[in-house]
Write a protein that binds this ligand. Structure first.
Ligand code: HEM
Length: 157
């Protein structure tokens, strides 16, 4: 187990490889996330209405995924930056769960997401074993809180 501070430090450091959108190449980091996800996990496209059959090429041309790409990466910055403050981190996990209610996702995805994310990060920079462990720890805590929230509120998703 890494300390919360160490997890935060490692996750934040790894995010330096994907600065967020002002310049074209920064927006591209977000587009690249969905290109990666839709190519390597095409089954997840089912939740993105109207984009169920999108290829990486379709994502590249899409204004929707340009915006959404930076949104999802920003959420990872929020996770890393709040990890040392469990009150904020866990509240963000619950808020994210609530915002996804309409997509009726398989709850297991709250844990599975993080492997997808780290593998995407590996396409951008070298991610060492300790940093992978840090993201795994953060992702487990995030997923645990999402599932606890669903249970507490008596919901399946
Ligand atoms: C939006 C699915 C995990 C943060 C969305 C949308 C879908 C979706 C379908 C709507 C976008 C659109 O259709 O254009 C999923 C799936 C996940 C996942 C299948 C797991 C595999 C996460 C995680 C986070 C997150 C772990 C945060 C840590 C967001 C944000 C938005 C969004 C910030 C923008 C809309 C909003 O803030 O409500 N997601 N999501 N998602 N997702 Fe996820």
């Amino acid at each position: 187990m890494l300390s919360r501070e160490r997890v935060q430090q490692l996750c934040k450091k790894s995010l330096e490889s994907i600065p967020l959108g002002l310049k074209d190449e920064e927006w591209q980091n977000g587009i690249d996330f969905y290109k990666y996800m839709f190519t390597n996990h095409p089954d997840l496209r089912v939740y993105f209405k109207g984009a169920e059959n999108y290829t990486a090429e379709d994502v590249q041309k899409s204004e929707r995924f340009k915006k959404q790409g930076t949104r999802i990466l920003l959420a990872q910055f929020i996770c890393a930056n709040t990890y040392s403050d469990p009150v904020a981190f866990e509240a963000f996990a619950r808020e994210t769960t609530d915002r996804h209610r309409i997509y009726k996702m398989d709850p297991a995805l709250w844990h599975a997401f993080w492997t997808v994310f780290v593998n995407y990060l590996c396409t951008k920079t070298t991610v060492d074993e300790e940093t992978k462990q840090a993201w795994a720890q953060l992702g487990k805590d995030f997923g645990d809180e999402c599932l606890a929230h669903l249970k507490r509120t008596g919901r399946a998703y």
